[in-house]
Ligand binder design. Structure first.
Ligand SMILES: Cc1cc2nc3c(=O)[nH]c(=O)nc-3n(C[C@H](O)[C@H](O)[C@H](O)COP(=O)(O)OP(=O)(O)OC[C@H]3O[C@@H](n4cnc5c(N)ncnc54)[C@H](O)[C@@H]3O)c2cc1C
Length: 287
């Protein structure tokens, strides 16, 4: 779906409650965990959905608005369970002009990363339902996220263990980042996902880039191949759901790893088509 297809006719004004940097200040990549207050929101949201953020104008090229989407990073009810907040995880983005090499700040992400507690933030949505938490707690969940693609899985994992206490199926999170300090919610600054390490069903696998300073995507393919036996067994088990989220080009490493496990690109293509047909595969990828 194109951004212009999203319904933005009923924007809703939230207030920024807090903005916490979750990558170190001396590290180039800035990612923030933002909490927005929703007083008397006319909507409810669930894990796996996204919200739209409308940046205040004026806008270039006569555009009526600048809309960007952000995955909801908390389970329904909010991080504090009180039901009147929503959290998002935002990376400060820049575009690089291919000819001049000049760097231009992305409007939405810089607006959000620069906002201060108390500032209004107009949102739309919630949209989509890429990842639905299965009702049955004996299903296996294979989650693959890169960069800010961890956001929906943070919501997912919190919801699973809040609601079900002990999830009976296997929960496996493969998480790729450029470096250890960019492991969002799993670094020295925030350890939200590590809270679930003592759950017998939960295991997280980290994949970091072997060349973090060359903009190389995380080595997800290596992590996939290293854990190939379990992953391939899970993929073939009708009780396994597969979810992939994050930047499209980083997710290609997931594809490369799965092609190796399957034996060839064609074999993975066929296996993936079967997963989709069986409604056991969902992805939330962006450029
Ligand atoms: C369904 C969906 C969910 C999304 N969820 C999130 C989310 O949870 N957190 C988040 O930060 N972004 C998320 N995005 C991306 C987000 O919508 C914006 O594209 C991003 O914030 C850049 O917008 P901008 O206006 O600042 O800059 P733009 O000028 O639109 O983009 C600037 C540059 O940033 C790159 N870029 C976009 N997103 C990222 C990213 N996450 N990491 C690294 N580079 C990026 C673009 O490719 C582009 O080169 C999501 C996108 C979609 C479609």
């Amino acid at each position: 779906m194109r951004l212009s297809d999203y319904d933005v006719n009923k924007p809703y004004t939230t207030t920024l409650v807090s903005s916490e940097r979750i990558t170190p200040v001396n590290w180039e990549a800035e990612v923030r965990h933002l909490v927005l207050r929703l007083p008397n929101a006319p909507f409810e949201y669930v894990e796996g959905q996204s919200i739209g953020v409308l940046v205040p104008g004026p806008h270039e090229f006569g555009n009526a608005h600048h809309l960007r989407l952000y995955s909801i990073a908390n389970p329904r009810g909010g991080d504090d369970g009180r039901g009147d907040t929503i959290s998002i995880c935002v990376r400060r983005c820049f575009s690089i002009d291919e000819i001049s090499g000049e760097r231009y700040p992305g409007r939405a992400s810089n607006f959000l990363c620069d906002a201060n507690p108390g500032d209004p933030v107009q949102i739309t949505g919630p949209y989509g339902n890429a990842f639905e938490i299965p009702i049955s707690n004996d299903l296996n969940l294979l989650m693959v996220g890169t960069g800010t693609g961890i956001a929906p899985f943070r919501a997912f994992v919190k919801r699973i263990y809040q609601r079900h206490g002990q999830w009976k199926g296997k929960v496996r999170l493969f998480y790729g980042a450029k470096s250890g300090v960019e492991m969002l919610y799993l670094n020295d600054l925030r350890q939200d996902l590590a809270l679930y390490y003592d759950q017998a069903s939960f295991k997280a696998f980290e994949a970091i880039s072997s060349r973090p300073h060359y903009d190389a995507p995380p080595d997800l393919d290596r992590a996939i191949v290293e854990n190939g036996a379990e992953i391939w067994e899970m993929v073939q088990d009708p009780k396994t759901m597969v979810y992939v989220a994050g930047l499209r080009n980083a997710a290609q490493k997931f594809e490369a790893g799965m092609e190796q496990l399957a034996g060839s690109p064609e074999a993975w293509e066929a296996a993936k088509a079967a997963l989709i047909a069986e409604q056991r595969y969902a992805e939330l990828l962006y450029d």
